[in-house]
Design a protein around this ligand. Structure first.
Ligand code: SF4
Length: 364
């Protein structure tokens, strides 16, 4: 018997085409998308507005792989972190953040990451594999239904594990699948893609018909420091990245977000803030300051609040739009890669204990 076709990797038009081969109609593709994404039904038996005969044919032809929730951690601040197990038993992290100010799902695009940023646990894993479009979209599908939010408006940020532009085609396909009006219908303006600056892919993104908002993980305002913190910068330098940002077609009333992880005594001085303001001069931008979420294995420290405030003030005095990201879910180690990397170092029993231990930790 031929291997079943993976239905969750098909965009609506491709699904309609595949269904035509079974003698089904194009509207059946829309019905299946609605069951899958709006109602969270991931088996044909539950798709009760399809005829029994069609369901039996679908059953024989397609598979609907859906990541299993292996851990779910709810922080005192309402953040919920999910560990999702994929078909090959690899795990990815996905996070629900309740009020940013809208509800937001943060999803992963790779298992691990090849970019090896110096302050990031996921980077220490290296790249294990790319996620498929179906696996990226499934994170939203699973979280939305687990939390009963599929009929609400929410944002999506591609800021979990991995560098989305290093898995370009599958990431963009996932955004098209999530945007399908027969499914969740997520407007691309509610989606933010965060990148360290893989320049050829960033140039390509600038031409996409369905373009998400852009966030650039900057973290340094000089070539030398960025080369140290974000190794991909040795290949695609800071000056070229900023030039690409200046060219990027930012939608009216939108801004490019520049993310800047504050590391004590590394990039958090007043001189750093002045350089950053000068670097971004003339770009419609906002800066999101992220005081480091410290973790074992990360050789940097979080700056004290007074230094964070001074950095933010220095930017604001230079008319830079700036916000300081609240630490979300520190009690559940919601920083990207924290659960998985810690888990990989522990025996399974220890790991299970650590995963279940969240509720006894104090909130950040
Ligand atoms: S910060 Fe992002 S791009 Fe850098 S290593 Fe971590 S996951 Fe990869």
């Amino acid at each position: 018997m031929p291997a079943p076709q993976i239905l969750t990797e098909l965009e609506p038009d491709a699904l309609a085409e595949a269904l035509a081969g079974l003698g089904a109609k194009a509207f059946h593709a829309r019905q299946i998308y609605a069951w899958l994404y709006r109602r969270g039904v991931a088996d044909f038996a539950g798709m009760t507005d399809l005829s029994k005969e069609l369901r039996a044919r679908l059953e024989r032809t397609f598979a609907i792989p859906t990541p299993a929730v292996t851990a779910r951690h709810r922080s005192a601040d309402g953040t919920v972190k999910f560990l999702l197990r994929l078909g090959d038993r690899r795990e990815v992290e996905s996070v629900f953040i309740p009020d940013t100010p809208a509800m937001t799902f943060c999803v992963s695009t790779q298992v691990g990451c090849a970019m090896r940023c110096g302050f990031c646990l996921t980077g220490r894993m290296g790249l294990l594999r790319n996620l498929t479009a179906g696996e990226i979209a499934a994170q939203v599908r699973v979280m939305a239904h687990d939390l009963r939010l599929a009929d609400q408006r929410f944002n999506i940020v591609l800021m979990g594990m991995g560098e989305p532009l290093h898995n370009y085609d599958e990431t963009m396909k996932a955004l098209r699948m999530l945007a399908a009006d027969c499914g969740l219908g997520v407007n691309p303006r509610r989606v933010t893609l965060s990148t360290v600056g893989v320049l050829p892919a960033l140039e390509r993104l600038a031409t996409e018909p369905l373009m998400p908002n852009l966030a650039v993980s900057l973290h340094a305002a000089t070539e030398e420091l960025r080369d140290r913190l974000v190794p991909v910068s040795r290949k695609y330098g800071l000056a070229d990245l900023i030039a690409a940002c200046r060219r990027f077609p930012v939608a009216r009333r939108e801004r490019i977000t520049f993310e800047y992880v504050l590391l004590r005594d590394v990039n958090d001085g007043v001189a750093d803030a002045r350089r950053l303001a000068a670097l971004l001069h003339g770009i419609r931008s906002k800066v999101n300051l992220i005081p480091l979420n410290e973790a074992p294995g990360i050789p940097y420290r979080r700056p004290p609040d007074a230094r964070v405030d001074r950095f933010a003030r220095t930017l604001a005095e230079r008319r830079v739009v700036v916000s300081v990201r609240k630490s979300r879910g520190r009690d559940i180690r919601a920083a990207c890669g924290q659960l998985i990397v810690e888990g990989a170092r522990q025996a399974p029993a220890q790991r299970a204990a650590a995963l279940l231990d969240w509720s006894s930790r104090s909130s950040a």
